[in-house]
Design a binder for this molecule. Structure first.
Ligand SMILES: *Cc1c(COP(=O)(O)O)cnc(C)c1O
Length: 497
């Protein structure tokens, strides 16, 4: 197996190179040259394995330059009960008839990003050894909340790495800020930026491409890398839980082996749902992939019209991890749907930069609509959904997951489709307790974040994750805050340059 770039099909690198580089030199994303298959017979084999071994089994098909021992080293260090609440790693909750919540938030930071960011550091350091990088990897992250904390937890005290996270001073929730500023580990750093998320992201991008810094790093055997979802090493681990969940449902006699299911995903950067698409291409029996957005509904419009247009107002919503106007992983999907037409991808994505939009061909639009259904939920609808599933099923879900439930209900009403369905549940409700309480405990006057968690606990009746409960008594380690123009200087200082 080798990896090509979506903007240059002649590029041909092994997985270790794709993972250490993160993004291809000409700006394209790495994709596998073929999608390996998984047979129904193999699902039976997988059923007998634990999560870590299921992951290893699937990784072996993609990381053909890794040895079995290397893959095992990565999966065992990531998917264990030091990092995750339970042996099962993910949990499946039966919501209502034929509808299952795939809870992907039982990791250290209570959001689904742990599923990939717990293993990425091991993929990255193993890959670096394989390509003889012999350099310390410096991870720079710009975050609007969830990614920063998940990356910090993933990379803390991992040999050969150092991580620096930038977040917008007034752009993350109090809980998210506390999660990051109390982070432990010897190789971690966190800094607020006086600006918004875009300022953080642009600052980080500018540092990545700064020739002066690059030279200085080289002289000291350091190299930058990124932990965001354009890295193949972050996408690949997400394929596993769809296959694993299907296997578990078969094992549990909830579905027949070979029976098709729908998958609903609350979507932002299009990483999570793309992983479900890859799982389907591998042979997972999937009927429809349902793409759920909040009011930043660029993807809904795109899937329904074939026009991707980012020229629109940006809304800050109660599902902030989906507040995004440019979904970078869509590029991978379009590369596959155009028959790996790199020229076409270059045209569209150049137009996205210059015009803020592009329109796909009718052929692509037709396949897109065959594979995907798309819809969205505004904040009021999201809160109504949290309330109604709390009242009907005594199930408390977070704001992002509720977006998915709303869109799924709408899909079902519109199509009458009764196919059994997995809904990706992407965060613990405790992580967004203010909004969840607004939905199920209207009129409460609580302002303190910890009191909110306590109150939610009374209502939701499942345990507060220890990693959130303990934050209250944790010492704040990081108080730095800099102007966006000073980010470069800050990074150099932190690296001792
Ligand atoms: C990141 C995130 C999403 C969006 O996932 P994508 O892979 O970017 O589409 C949804 N929900 C939560 C809680 C997240 O943190």
């Amino acid at each position: 197996m080798f990896y090509k770039s979506t903007r240059n099909s002649t590029i041909n690198v092994n997985s270790a190179t794709a993972i250490t580089q993160g993004i291809s030199a000409e700006g394209g994303l790495f994709v596998p040259n073929e999608i390996p298959k998984i047979t129904l017979e193999e699902f039976k084999t997988l059923a007998k394995m634990n999560y870590s071994n299921r992951a290893a089994y699937i990784f072996k098909k993609y990381l053909t330059d890794f040895t079995e021992t290397e893959i095992q080293y990565c999966t065992e260090n990531a998917y264990n009960t030091n990092n995750f609440e339970n042996e099962s790693i993910v949990e499946i909750s039966h919501l209502f008839d034929g509808t299952y919540m795939l809870e992907l938030w039982h990791g250290p930071t209570c959001a689904f990003k742990d599923m990939a960011l717990q293993i990425l550091p091991y993929f990255l350091t193993t890959s670096a050894k394989k390509v003889n990088l012999n350099k310390k990897i410096v991870i720079l992250v710009a975050t609007s909340g969830d990614t920063g904390k998940a990356a910090l937890e993933g990379f803390k005290d991992v040999d050969g790495t150092q991580i620096l996270v930038f977040y917008p001073e007034n752009g993350v929730s109090p809980m998210q800020k506390r999660q990051m500023t109390t982070q432990d580990g010897e190789n971690v750093g966190v800094c607020a930026i006086k600006g918004n998320f875009d300022d953080c992201q642009n600052g980080v991008k500018a540092i990545f491409t700064d020739e002066d810094i690059k030279k200085k790093l080289e002289e000291r055997s350091l190299i930058f890398s990124s932990a965001n979802s354009i890295n193949w090493g972050r996408l690949l681990p997400q394929i596993v839980y769809y296959i694993s969940a299907y296997t578990s449902l078969v094992e549990d006699n909830q579905i027949e082996l070979g029976e098709k299911i729908n998958i609903v995903v609350p979507t932002g950067n299009f990483g999570n749902i793309l992983a479900a698409y890859y799982a389907k291409q591998m042979g997972l029996p999937v009927n429809k992939l349902i793409c759920a957005s909040n009011i930043n509904n660029v993807l809904t419009d795109f899937i329904n019209t074939g026009v991707y247009d980012r020229n629109r107002k940006f809304y800050a919503t109660i599902s902030p991890s989906m507040d995004i106007l440019v979904s970078s992983n869509l590029e991978r999907l379009l590369y596959h749907l155009t028959g790996e037409n790199d020229k076409q991808i270059n045209e569209w994505f150049t137009s996205l930069v210059s015009e803020g939009k592009y329109e796909v061909t009718d052929d692509v639009k037709n396949v897109l609509q065959k594979e995907f259904y798309a819809g969205y939920s505004d904040d009021e609808q999201t809160k109504d959904t949290i309330k109604s599933i709390y009242e009907q099923y005594s199930y408390t879900c977070d704001t992002h997951t509720a977006v998915a439930v709303k869109v799924y209900n709408e899909y079902k009403a519109k199509t009458g489709d009764t196919t059994k369905t997995i809904i990706a549940s992407t965060a613990s409700p405790y992580k967004f307790s203010a909004s969840v309480l607004e939905a199920i405990d209207e009129g409460n006057k609580i302002t303190d974040e910890y009191e909110m968690i306590e109150r939610l606990n009374e209502l939701a009746k499942f345990e507060i994750p220890e990693s959130l409960a303990e934050l209250k008594d944790k010492e704040i380690r990081f108080i730095d805050s800099v102007e966006k123009k000073d980010m470069k200087e800050y990074v150099l200082k932190k690296l001792g340059i």
